[in-house]
Design a protein around this ligand. Structure first.
Ligand code: CUA
Length: 293
């Protein structure tokens, strides 16, 4: 199985080489003519009107070039579509400005895990405006369009973290729509999925009490608690993710506290409002969220 990104990369190299060849030929001819006739005093160029053979040549050569590129592209499209038998399915929904990933009953955000060597079919949807799902090293760039489901297949040959990014301007925080794809061996992936499927560990801490007593619950879900909001990212295992706010801050108690104290400072325009909490409550909620692993 060849990763789609590799097929696309190969095509880009071939098409780039064709373009470079044309560029060198055309610019070379131009430089040659300028140099060759530098001493010429003529101010009117030679006219070729009615020169049928020349006209056919400069119409046919670009047209044939495009036919060749088109054929190469069709070949690549076929390779991407047919060669990968998906072994797994994930639903991805673009939101302003974060990603929701669903694996059956498991819902998570911004960080996607996939097993190495398994082709993953990703169903792409949007909750609001057009977004575009793009993890360059793993697959093609596909738009997420409200009311339509698109698909992309990802394949990672090696374990590692693959960075992605929303690739369609979707509002002020478009740049902070990072995707982190963690590709890991099948057994590690299975462990991750099982951990994600579990409800949040019972905490009964001050942080949990403050979270449940405030507006947090109307937008966020934490499975196993009364919080069932769906407008924002699912926080059941938020502490296990590497970043906060789709990449805007690293994970950790101190950064969670920073984020909670004033989300608009880090992600102006995002739907996460500033919830007026005391310093002690901020500490408690940050500690609670960081412990949701
Ligand atoms: Cu979402 Cu750009």
């Amino acid at each position: 199985m060849r990763p789609p990104a590799e097929s696309i990369g190969n095509l880009a190299v071939i098409v780039g080489a064709i373009a470079l060849l044309i560029f060198v030929a055309v610019e070379g001819a131009l430089v040659y003519v300028v140099w060759r006739y530098r001493a010429s005093r003529t101010t009117t160029p030679a006219l070729f009107e009615g020169h049928t053979r020349l006209e056919i040549a400069w119409t046919a050569i670009p047209a044939l070039t495009l036919v060749v590129v088109f054929a190469l592209m069709l070949g690549t499209l076929g390779e991407i579509g047919a060669a990968l038998e998906p072994g797994m399915r994930v639903r991805a929904v673009g939101h302003q400005w974060w990603w929701e990933f669903t694996y059956g009953d498991v819902v998570t955000a911004n960080e996607m895990h996939i097993p190495v060597g398994t082709a993953v079919e990703v169903d792409l949807l949007s909750a609001d405006v057009n977004h575009s799902f793009w993890v360059p090293e793993l697959g093609g760039k596909i738009d997420m369009i409200p009311g339509q489901t698109n698909h992309v297949r990802l394949l990672a040959r090696r374990a590692g973290v693959y960075e992605g990014q929303c690739a369609e301007f979707c509002g002020v925080e478009h740049a902070w729509m990072r995707i982190r794809v963690v590709a890991e061996p099948a057994d590690e992936f299975a462990r991750w999925l099982a951990a994600q499927a579990a409800p949040a560990a019972a905490a009964a801490t001050d942080g949990e009490r403050v979270f449940m007593a405030n507006t947090c619950v109307s937008c966020h879900a934490i499975r196993g608690t009364p919080a069932t909001g769906r407008a924002g990212p699912d926080l059941t295992h938020v502490g296990a993710r590497a970043t906060i706010g789709a990449g805007v801050l690293p994970q950790g108690v101190a950064d969670l506290r920073e984020w909670l104290a004033d989300p608009q400072r880090y992600k102006p325009g995002s739907l996460m409002p500033r919830v007026p909490l005391s310093g002690a409550d901020l500490d408690a909620v940050a500690a609670y969220l960081a412990a949701l692993r």
